[in-house]
Write a protein that binds this ligand. Structure first.
Ligand SMILES: Nc1nc2c(ncn2[C@@H]2O[C@H](COP(=O)(O)OP(=O)(O)OP(=O)(O)O)[C@@H](O)[C@H]2O)c(=O)[nH]1
Ligand SMILES: [Mg+2]
Length: 364
């Protein structure tokens, strides 16, 4: 083999060429080190108060984590942010799947950011353990809002009980407020209990509807209608306008049959199109009038303090329950008693008493 052939082989490497930047071992190690380095709670609090979104996202991830170490850190951050919270308007939006919540929030949120507001969009959706957060998929439906530097969109915590998701959302609200977001929108699907949880963490509750064929009120739970501070009939565009207006009349009539609200303000019914944006700015005007009037009457603060009391009680109830059901001795005695109740060997009350007695005696 000639010398020339030997050196032109593709398997030969020429010496003296330094590897490209990306394979630089020192650089990789530096990046790895930085990634491993978790900011302290104090650092995160400081960054959140400066409006840093990365810090805000990180802290929310800590809130959502099930790791006990994270729990402690999350509590510190919440505590640190608490004095700077409470400064926003919280708006809940509910409606059945497909009513146009995401499209509406995109249009409404843009309207608010154009008014120089800073908008955070959160979701309470305990069913999202399957879909990994409805807002996550929705981010495509909130294309404009996602890009808006005055908006922050966060999918809901997934794989949790409603109580768990609700607590995390409440804590997330505190952090968003501390980060300077002045309008918090909380979306929830109007099925099940999640709307009740959202209702008890917002100042204004908006029910989104679409006009149906004929009987508009069919299928709406009375409870949701009673909670609403406003009903908006969406998709009032094209051929739908007439039907939407008819629905408006019918909802108005129905609302008059309900007892007056504690706010003393009769809920308004209006129509809009999240696609053509018709009616969106009027909705904000109504909401902002509501805030002004309830501020003047003192109802705004009264409702918030009632909500705080409610959440304190909820937190106690939830933790007591968790503590009870997590004790190994209780778990095994519970199983025994369940079987005994099933076999009619003991009354359900006596069985419950057995368990509670063990719990109280042991003072877990
Ligand atoms: N014509 C018309 N279509 C709309 C309007 N708003 C939403 N839509 C359409 O309705 C469908 C459902 O809208 P979404 O915004 O995804 O509804 P959603 O309530 O968020 O649905 P879920 O996330 O499944 O609960 C989409 O195809 C939207 O394009 C509207 O104002 N007019
Ligand atoms: Mg949606």
């Amino acid at each position: 083999m000639s010398d020339l052939r030997k050196h032109s082989s593709a398997l030969q490497e020429k010496a003296g060429i330094s590897p490209p930047e990306i394979t630089n071992v020192t650089a990789i190690n530096t990046i790895k080190f930085k990634r491993r380095q978790q900011p302290t709670s104090q650092q995160l609090i400081k960054d959140i108060l400066n409006g840093n979104r990365t810090a805000l996202s990180r802290a929310i991830t800590l809130i959502e984590s099930t790791n006990p170490d994270h729990f402690e850190k999350a509590s510190e951050i919440i505590q640190g942010c608490l004095p700077y919270s409470n400064q926003s308007l919280r708006i809940g939006i509910t409606g059945v799947p497909g009513v146009g919540k995401s499209t509406f929030i995109e249009a409404f949120g843009k309207q608010l950011t154009q008014l120089k507001k800073k908008v955070a969009v959160l979701a309470v959706d305990p069913s999202s353990s399957i879909s990994h957060g409805s807002i996550l998929g929705d981010k495509t439906r909130m294309e404009e809002l996602v890009k808006d530097e005055n908006a922050f969109i966060r999918p809901s915590a997934s794989g949790e009980t409603l109580g768990g998701v609700a607590r995390k959302t409440r804590e997330t609200i505190i952090l968003c407020e501390a980060a300077g977001f002045d309008t918090i929108i909380i979306e929830t699907v109007g099925v099940g209990q999640s709307e009740t949880a959202v209702h008890s963490m917002v100042d204004f509750f908006l029910l989104l509807k679409i006009s149906g064929a004929g009987d508009e009120l069919q299928g709406i739970k009375r409870g949701i209608m009673e909670m609403a501070d406003m009903i908006v009939i969406n998709k009032a565009d094209g051929d739908n306008i007439k039907k939407a207006n008819l629905a408006k009349v019918e909802f108005n009539r129905a609302l008059h049959l309900f007892p007056p609200k504690k706010s003393n303000l009769q809920p308004k019914v209006t129509t809009c199109s999240a696609i053509t944006k018709e009616g969106i700015s009027e909705i904000w005007n109504t909401i902002s009038d509501y805030f002004e009037l309830t501020n003047e009457s003192g109802f705004f603060q009264e409702k918030r303090s009632d909500q705080n009391q409610f959440w304190m009680m909820e937190t106690i109830n939830e933790q007591l329950k968790r503590n009870f059901y997590n004790q190994p001795e209780i778990i095994s005695l519970l199983e025994q008693n369940k079987k005994a109740v099933q076999n009619n060997e003991i009354s359900p009350f006596a069985a419950a008493q057995n368990l509670l007695q063990l719990y109280f005696e042991k003072k877990f």
